[in-house]
Design a protein around this ligand. Structure first.
Ligand code: PXG
Length: 290
């Protein structure tokens, strides 16, 4: 049985809970981070915390810990559970209030840190690549709720995920309302065409992924040209390679989109090299737990 950090205390995971009057639960009023530890190193913890505090600022949530204190609590949560490889879920909500949605009736944000195991995709999917479809659900407009904020409002992603799973696919691509490719339900997207790597800017309606940023750095170090560019499904269908990036998924090849075979239908050479380089970095760029 693991221990979960809840508002300053470590509680058995079976008993860990938040109030039913918590606005994260009642209204999805909150944000979260998904972080990974590899062999006792928490990958890019600083980058994740920087994003968390930026998102909190955007929502006017005043996290009751400094970034340094939060960093110590994340490390302590992995350590107290004796984990070396872990998926860490850090959730900050507006906190306990009354049944109205007024955030100014929530005196103190709730902070929850969970460290556990997660396996999103089996190794075979990394070897063979994913087959995905495009969801009929469009990404919510940045004028309504900016997808750069990793909020507790994941219904847009969940509805697209339901569509994929019901159709027999592990993941779905989401377009924005203009028809540009945004990202998948839980991952950013890259395509490779004529030796250049492309990924849409976050302004398309996508999370500014930490893994995406890492892959862009890897590409630069490998001398692979990278361009941030809006692109359509046509560009995906006709790409030489395609892959997705996310903390849980890392980098995973895509070999078919909407029944269009990408390249030769196998994980591409640039994709495979990037995956190899990414895995090398995971125990180098991060914060030691032990
Ligand atoms: C919408 C979205 N876009 C991109 C990413 C990748 O971002 P990072 O490279 O910073 O992790 C995410 C995060 N990926 C994520 C978060 C929560 C659950 C699941 C799941 O697939 O169950 C996936 C995400 O939720």
């Amino acid at each position: 049985m693991g221990l979960v950090y809840v508002n300053g205390e470590f509680v058995d995971s079976e008993r860990a809970s938040v109030s039913v009057f918590d606005h994260g639960y009642l209204y999805g009023d909150g944000i979260f981070e998904g972080i990974r530890a590899y062999d006792g190193v928490i990958f890019k913890l600083d980058e994740h915390l920087k994003r968390l505090y930026s998102m909190a600022k955007a929502l006017l949530i005043d996290i009751p810990l400094t970034m340094e204190e939060m960093k110590e609590k994340v490390v302590e949560t992995v350590r107290i559970n004796n984990l070396r490889d872990a998926y860490i879920r850090l959730v900050v909500s507006r906190g306990k209030g009354d049944l109205g949605l007024d955030p100014y009736k929530c005196p103190k944000p709730t902070v929850v840190i969970i460290a556990d195991k997660i396996t999103l995709y089996p190794e075979s999917m990394y070897q063979n690549g994913l087959k995905i479809i495009t969801s009929t659900y469009r990404r919510n407009s940045i004028q309504a709720l900016d997808p750069q904020i990793k909020s507790l409002n994941y219904l847009n992603n969940i509805l697209a995920k339901i569509e994929a799973v019901k159709a027999g696919y592990p993941e779905a691509l989401i377009l924005n309302q203009e028809g540009y490719v945004a990202e998948c339900t839980g991952d950013n997207i890259f395509i490779v065409s004529n030796g250049t790597l492309y990924s849409p800017p976050s302004a398309v309606g996508a999370l500014g992924g930490i893994t995406r940023a890492t892959v862009i750095d890897i590409a630069k170090q490998m001398g692979i040209p990278f361009e941030e560019k809006y692109f359509s499904l046509f560009n995906v269908y006709t790409a030489d390679e395609c892959f997705l990036t996310g903390t849980a998924a890392e980098a995973i090849p895509v070999v078919e989109v909407d029944h269009r075979v990408i390249g030769d239908g196998k994980p591409g050479p640039i994709t495979k090299k990037i995956i190899e380089e990414f895995r090398k970095l995971t125990t180098v760029l991060g914060t030691k737990v032990y």
